[in-house]
Each structure stands twice: as structure tokens, then as C-alpha cells.
Design a protein around this ligand. Structure first.
Ligand SMILES: *[C@@H]1O[C@H](CO)[C@@H](O)[C@H](O)[C@H]1NC(C)=O
Ligand SMILES: *[C@@H]1O[C@H](CO)[C@@H](O)[C@H](O)[C@H]1NC(C)=O
Ligand SMILES: *[C@@H]1O[C@H](CO)[C@@H](O)[C@H](O)[C@H]1NC(C)=O
Ligand SMILES: *[C@@H]1O[C@H](CO)[C@@H](O)[C@H](O)[C@H]1NC(C)=O
Ligand SMILES: *[C@@H]1O[C@H](CO)[C@@H](O)[C@H](O)[C@H]1NC(C)=O
Ligand SMILES: *[C@@H]1O[C@H](CO)[C@@H](O)[C@H](O)[C@H]1NC(C)=O
Length: 544
């Protein structure tokens, strides 16, 4: 009898705790149904088959708040397999939702897959994009903006409006033709133009009221080139880079490399008329330029004078600008505590990984490689092969930790890493072209970049105090970039070139961050709706 009472009491405590968890622990949900189709678009004046989402190019924008759950049902009405990935959304404990070849089976034509995302502990500006084949060359991308929760202070007054600008180079050839060029062992041609929110020059307008301040969230969604942007007659105050509040410096123009995003504040403090917002390619011998319009609502006239020119000096100007982009240690990020309360410079690194890009010819074809390994997909997504313990799909240790100096070779390359380790990563670029690297599932601290060859002595120049934290970083020609990276997210994560031809032809690999605990605290179990394919076909998604 007494035992029964105790049990009953315990039971009600458990029920109350459970209910409280449901009430306090449950973050809001947003639901999306996205119909992916081909449709005619004319961004550079010629008709092209674009990839549209719910009839739109660029696709619908996701506007969300820290910790919200996003349920995105993607219905593939193309005639080929399709996946979306989320550039910079960290997918904590959940590489099942990352939507790249190595984590998900493609959504077959006529099928759908529902992504279950949470923007856990994140703020800032990001974008989604189609990850397979050369789909990104046909559109299918859109903006993601994550606002701070209302209780968290933001280090600038609320802007009068918040505009998203997705800019990137564009080709008149369609994505199947571009893919055929790469499959044939050739490099892509030079792009034909720059699009700003899906339009060529003079196609988009942003309206402002005189005297007010606006936030522009800008992403480089292109395939091949860095961009520089500037606004005629106006200064820009940089406030955020890929989810980190920056020291608020003023710039008259900013470089934005492939896959990168940032926010600037612009005050409409000039005589009321129209002004150019100009984007131009950087580090290219031929310079492409496109403009959109900043229009004062009481504008007295259209744009006048020449569009402002971009920086003419090359690497040093850009390198110095990159070094000036640092985090504001006292500003809040997604949480109320200041961003600087995590002292990354005082953590001892547990491993140094040096990653050198190269452009080998393999079997007579142009390929791209990291530490001599040119990545090739296997017949089964790596995450599924790992989960079901299917042998022979990939081997851990197939990715060297240092440049090998050998010729290039093909491999399904995966590097093993322990959960909660702390990496020093050095990207080494001995080529003449600028590199842009992205790491899925993580943010990292940019501790240094410089010309020449990296050596242990280069560590003396590291910024161990207020380096920016972000998820996409550039490496200048014949230069290096160093990062500190906490491995705080269990899963199978893609590390890739954001130059799409290089990514497609092998300049990428996967990092398997592993915890022996096998606990939901560290990693979510396989989703019930997971698509299965390759050697994982016919398996059960949830074991008993
Ligand atoms: C998706 O779009 C196509 C083409 O417009 C249309 O035929 C189809 O019915 C749409 N599907 C859904 C689920 O809306
Ligand atoms: C496909 O969409 C339907 C609703 O339209 C949903 O019930 C189902 O779970 C989706 N399939 C997957 C694999 O997400
Ligand atoms: C840093 O953030 C603090 C706190 O919001 C703010 O008061 C300060 O102006 C910011 N400083 C710079 C240089 O951005
Ligand atoms: C791309 O263009 C080629 C002709 O150059 C055409 O055969 C092909 O169907 C097009 N593909 C798409 C997806 O529009
Ligand atoms: C955009 O407008 C400017 C000024 O009116 C003009 O010089 C330029 O040629 C236009 N560009 C295009 C592509 O129409
Ligand atoms: C880092 O390593 C140094 C030297 O081995 C040691 O003295 C220090 O306590 C370590 N710091 C941390 C935070 O582990």
C-alpha cells in the first residue's frame, strides 16, 4: 500500500515535469510546402529554364526567430533527383537534415521529403540552395533570416526595413549543359552576367524614406566569382556576418566571396533621388557589373552620374578589409550573454588539420582536390552507410590530415573526428585563384590569414581575441587562412569549396564527428520519414 502511494506520487511528479518540459521546452513551429518546378525565366534577356519554388525565382524567403522549428515539405516536380541544403543553418545534432549528397537520399521526381529543421541558438543571414548536380546554376535558392528573440538585445536600433539581396554570377547556358562541360573534363566558361534577386542590371529597386536607416542582408549565391558591392553616395555600416554581430565599422565598398552572407545598415541621408547599388566581380581579368536601384520615396529624379567603381587594388586591399571584420565581444548573439564570453583563444587545440587545394588532371579530365584527394560520391549516402554500418561505402581515414604533395586521385574521402575536440584548420592555397570554403554544421573562428606559406611560426600572428566567427571563409591566391573550430556537433558534415565547379569536380570531403555515447543528447535518431536508397534501400528507419 505504502509502495503504491510512493509510486503514485512519483508518477504525478513525472507527469508534471513532462508537462512543464512540453510547455517550456517547446519552441514555435512554421510549416512550408514547396513545389519545385521548372519555369521560364529571362534574367539576362534570354529565355531560360529556371528552377522555381512555388513559382518564384529566387525562392520564398524564410523569416524566422532563434530556436524556431521549420517544417519544410519539398515536392520535387522536376524530371531529375533534387535536394535542398541550408547554407549556415547549423542543424544541431541533426545532419539527417543537411540535404547534401553525403547525408540524404535525393528526392526522386514526383516524390517529396519533409525537412525538420530547428534554427537552434542562431541569429543572422543565410540562404538555402539546391545541392545536387549543377542545379544551383538554374536558381532554386532563397534567403533565410533569423531574428533575435525579443528578450535578447540587438546592438543597433531596429531598422525601418530589412531587405534581402541575393547576388551572384549567372550563365546563359543551362545547368544540364554546364554539368556536361564539367563531366567532359573541361572547366566552366566565364559567367555571362550578375543577377541581383533574380534580375540583371536595373531590374530591382529598394525603396527607402529619407532620414531612415535600413538593413540590407546580402549573400553571394553565385557559382564562380567573388563580388564587391557598394552604394552610390552612401556609406555602409557592417553589423553582422553569418550569425555574428561584428564591430560596427563603416565601409564604402565590401568584398563578399562565394557562399558568404553579411548585413549592413544604410542611412538614407543624401538628397532625395535614385542611387545605384552596384555589384561587380572581383579577382577576375574581365569585370562583370550589375546595378540595382536605391530609390528615395520622395525621389526627385533617376540615377545620375556613373555607377561607383570598385576597388582597383587587388589582394592587399581585400585582405586588410577581411582583417578589419571582427566580432563585437560585448554584443549579444543568439543568447543574452555577450559573444565574447566564449574565449576561443584560451582553448587548447587538440588537432591541426592542413588542407591544400589543387587542380589535378585525373584520367585525362580536369578535377579538383583537397590534399590530393578528389572526392567522388559512392552509391549510398555516407550518413546512411554509417548508420546501418554498411561496409565498403567509405573508409574513415581516407582523407589525409596534411598536404601529401602526391598527384591527385579519386576517393570517397571521409575524415574521422571526436565530438568535443577543438581543431586548428589551416587552408593552404598555392594556386592563383581565390578559394572560398564552407563547413556544414559548425561555426569557426577566423584566427588569421596572410600571403605565402603557412608555418607553425604563423601562429604568432593569430588573433586569439576577437576573430569573427562564421561558416564560410576565403583564402586569397598563394595565401593561407587559419581557423579554430570547436567540434560541437555530432554528425556527417560536408567541407566544400563554394566554387561550384570545384565542388562538383571533387574539392570537398566529409567530416564524421563521432561520439561513442550514442545518445539523443548528442545526435537525433534517424528521422521516421528518411528516404532510403543505394545499399540502404529497404532498411527500417527506426529500429525497435
Ligand atoms: C506544382 O506545380 C505544378 C506546375 O505548376 C502543378 O502541376 C502541380 O499541381 C503543383 N503541385 C502542387 C502540390 O501544388
Ligand atoms: C510527403 O508529403 C505528405 C503530405 O503532403 C506527408 O504526409 C509525407 O510525410 C511527406 N513525405 C515525406 C517523405 O516527407
Ligand atoms: C558593441 O556592442 C555593444 C553592445 O551592444 C554596443 O554598445 C557597441 O556600440 C558595439 N561596439 C561596436 C564598435 O560595434
Ligand atoms: C539545356 O539546353 C539544351 C540545349 O542546349 C537542351 O537540350 C536541354 O534540354 C536544356 N535543359 C534544360 C533543363 O533546360
Ligand atoms: C542601367 O542604367 C544605366 C543608367 O541609366 C545605364 O547606363 C545602363 O546601361 C543600364 N544597364 C542595363 C543593362 O540596362
Ligand atoms: C593548455 O595547455 C597548457 C600547456 O600544456 C596548459 O598549461 C593549460 O592548462 C592548458 N589549458 C587548458 C584550458 O586546458
Amino acid at each position: 500500500m505504502r509502495d503504491k502511494m510512493v509510486l503514485k506520487g512519483l508518477f504525478s511528479i513525472v507527469v508534471v515535469v513532462f508537462l512543464l518540459q512540453c510547455i517550456n521546452g517547446e519552441d514555435p513551429y512554421q510549416f512550408f510546402t514547396w513545389n519545385v518546378t521548372y519555369g521560364d525565366i529571362y534574367p539576362l534577356g534570354v529565355k531560360q529554364q529556371g528552377i522555381l519554388i512555388n513559382g518564384q525565382f529566387p525562392g520564398p524567403q524564410i523569416v524566422t526567430v532563434t530556436n524556431e522549428n521549420l517544417i519544410v515539405n519539398v515536392c520535387n516536380n522536376l524530371d531529375e533527383p533534387f535536394l535542398l541544403s541550408w547554407n549556415g543553418v547549423q542543424q544541431r545534432r541533426n545532419s539527417w537534415q543537411d540535404g547534401v549528397y553525403g547525408t540524404n537520399c535525393p528526392i526522386q521526381p514526383g516524390q517529396n521529403f519533409t525537412y525538420v529543421l530547428q534554427v537552434k541558438d542562431q541569429i543572422g543571414s543565410f540562404f538555402y540552395f539546391p545541392s545536387l548536380a549543377l542545379h544551383k546554376a538554374a536558381g532554386g535558392y532563397g534567403g533565410i533570416k533569423i531574428f533575435s528573440r525579443s528578450v535578447i538585445p540587438v546592438p543597433f536600433p531596429p531598422p525601418a526595413a530589412d531587405y534581402t539581396i541575393l547576388a551572384g554570377d549567372w550563365f546563359k547556358q543551362n545547368h544540364t549543359d554546364l554539368k556536361a562541360i564539367l563531366d567532359g573534363g573541361q572547366d566552366l566558361p566565364f559567367p555571362d552576367g550578375i543577377l541581383i534577386n533574380g534580375h540583371g542590371s536595373n531590374g530591382s529597386t529598394f525603396t527607402v524614406d529619407q532620414g531612415k536607416t535600413y538593413r540590407l542582408r546580402i549573400s553571394n549565391v553565385g557559382l564562380a566569382t567573388s563580388l564587391n558591392f557598394r552604394i552610390q553616395g552612401h556609406k555602409m555600416l557592417l553589423v553582422e556576418v553569418e550569425g555574428t554581430h561584428t564591430l560596427q565599422n563603416t565601409y564604402s565598398s565590401l568584398d563578399l566571396h562565394l557562399g558568404q552572407s553579411c548585413s549592413v545598415l544604410v542611412t538614407a541621408d543624401q538628397p532625395a533621388q535614385d542611387y545605384y547599388i552596384v555589384f561587380s566581380t572581383r579577382f577576375t581579368s574581365q569585370v562583370l557589373t550589375a546595378a540595382s536601384t536605391l530609390r528615395y520615396s520622395n525621389s526627385a529624379g533617376s540615377v545620375s552620374g556613373p555607377p561607383p567603381g570598385g576597388p582597383t587594388t587587388e589582394i592587399d586591399w581585400s585582405l586588410n578589409q577581411a582583417r578589419s571584420i571582427r566580432q563585437n565581444l560585448t554584443a549579444s548573439g543568439p543568447r543574452p550573454n555577450p559573444q565574447g564570453s566564449y574565449h576561443y583563444g584560451m582553448v587548447n587545440t587538440t588537432r591541426t588539420i592542413r588542407l591544400a587545394n589543387s587542380a589535378p588532371i585525373i584520367n585525362g579530365k580536369q578535377r579538383y582536390a583537397v590534399n590530393s584527394v578528389s572526392f567522388v560520391p559512392a552509391d549510398t549516402p555516407l550518413k546512411l552507410a554509417d548508420y546501418y554500418n554498411i561496409q565498403g561505402v567509405f573508409s574513415l581515414g581516407s582523407m589525409p590530415e596534411n598536404p601529401t604533395g602526391s598527384g591527385g586521385y579519386l576517393q570517397t574521402s571521409v575524415m574521422a573526428a571526436d565530438f568535443r575536440s577543438f581543431f586548428e584548420v589551416v587552408f593552404e592555397n598555392s594556386e592563383d585563384t581565390l578559394q572560398s570554403w564552407h563547413i556544414d554544421g559548425h561555426i569557426f573562428f577566423v584566427v588569421g590569414m596572410d600571403g605565402g606559406q603557412w608555418s607553425p611560426a604563423s601562429r604568432l600572428s593569430y588573433n586569439l581575441r576577437d576573430g569573427i566567427s562564421r561558416c564560410t571563409v576565403q583564402v586569397y591566391p598563394r595565401s593561407w587562412t587559419a581557423l579554430y573550430m570547436p567540434l560541437d556537433n555530432v554528425g556527417m558534415w560536408n567541407i566544400r569549396s563554394e566554387n561550384w565547379a570545384r565542388q562538383y569536380l571533387g574539392q570537398q570531403f566529409y567530416l564524421r564527428v563521432y561520439s561513442p555515447a550514442n545518445s539523443w543528447r548528442d545526435e537525433y535518431p534517424i528521422p521516421k520519414n528518411a528516404l532510403l536508397c543505394g545499399r540502404a534501400s529497404g532498411r527500417k528507419t527506426r529500429p525497435l
